[in-house]
Design a protein around this ligand. Structure first.
Ligand code: ADP
Ligand code: MG
Length: 257
């Protein structure tokens, strides 16, 4: 089987600072990839490149046989993206915002309307469809963003820290949603700096640190390779030189000085 996303020798720098240092990754249709690593590792930079938002990268990205350098518009049609930082037009209502998104993807307005009503009802936002989003909580805005990434029924869904601000019940919905989308054949690229639900929903875990892939495999393969118990322990072992419990002690000590 051909990979649906193939990343070869991906490098990216911001000015003099190199933040991606040769990422290589093949992702196959229907896979759920947990792309995890500490703050600043380069996760959001990687997915912004995949979404065509940062054209000045080096290396090669092929998505469904299309080259990101030359076919960025066609690739955008295949992708749904929940960005890390919500840039919502807060003066709009969810209905207005999602209509705009539907129009951008050239969906028939009736289709957009039906889909948005059903998706937002499932996320418990039915009563807020026609309310301006400037009054919304972070979690409510996050739900609208999730809806906007799904409304055009994309083949590839990229989630950058999607649980930001969501309550426990919605986290459970998202967990089931990811599993079910994968069963439908969708490919999911899930970025997180935390273990949260990654361990449970991901078929494959890609651990990145300082712009490099430091581990790549199923949870069981990683466990075998590293001999550690939980993903959290592996994560700490691969990405932190310092004692994490020591850091907590140092904070308490500093507070008492
Ligand atoms: P992650 O999502 O894994 O937390 P990012 O991809 O957001 O990490 O960031 C990787 C590195 O790139 C960090 O050191 C960050 O400070 C830097 N960085 C991100 N965006 C910019 C930018 N627009 N300009 C300069 N540096 C940036
Ligand atoms: Mg990030």
């Amino acid at each position: 089987m051909e990979p649906i996303i193939s990343i070869k020798n991906l490098y990216k720098n911001y000015g003099k600072k190199e933040v991606l240092k040769g990422i290589n990754l093949d992702i196959y249709p229907g896979q759920v990839i947990g792309y995890i690593g500490p703050n600043g590792a380069g996760k959001s930079t990687t997915v912004k490149i995949l979404c065509g938002l940062l054209p000045d990268y080096r290396g090669e990205v092929i998505i469904k046989g299309l080259n990101l350098k030359t076919d960025s518009i066609q690739i955008k049609r295949l992708l749904g993206y929940v960005p890390e930082l919500a840039e919502l037009y807060e003066v709009l209502t969810p209905a207005e915002f999602l209509s705009l998104v539907g129009d951008l993807y050239e969906l028939p307005p009736e289709t957009t309307k039906t889909r948005m009503e059903k998706i937002l009802a499932a996320l418990d936002l039915k009563d807020n469809l026609h309310q301006r989003m400037d009054t919304f909580s972070k979690g409510m805005k996050q739900k609208v963003l999730i809806a906007s990434a799904l409304i055009h029924n994309p083949e590839i869904i990229i989630l950058d820290e999607p649980l930001n601000g969501l309550d426990a019940n919605t986290v459970i919905i998202i967990k089931h949603l990811i599993s079910n989308l994968a069963k439908e054949g969708k490919t999911i690229f899930y970025c997180s700096h935390m273990m949260d639900i990654v361990e449970k929903v991901s078929e494959k875990i890609v651990l990145i640190n300082d712009g490099r892939v430091v581990a790549n495999g199923t949870f069981l393969e990683l466990k075998d390779q590293l001999g550690d118990k939980s993903l959290e322990q592996m994560f700490a072992g691969l990405t932190s030189g310092n004692s994490l419990s020591g850091a907590a002690e140092e904070i308490i000590l500093a507070m008492n000085q």
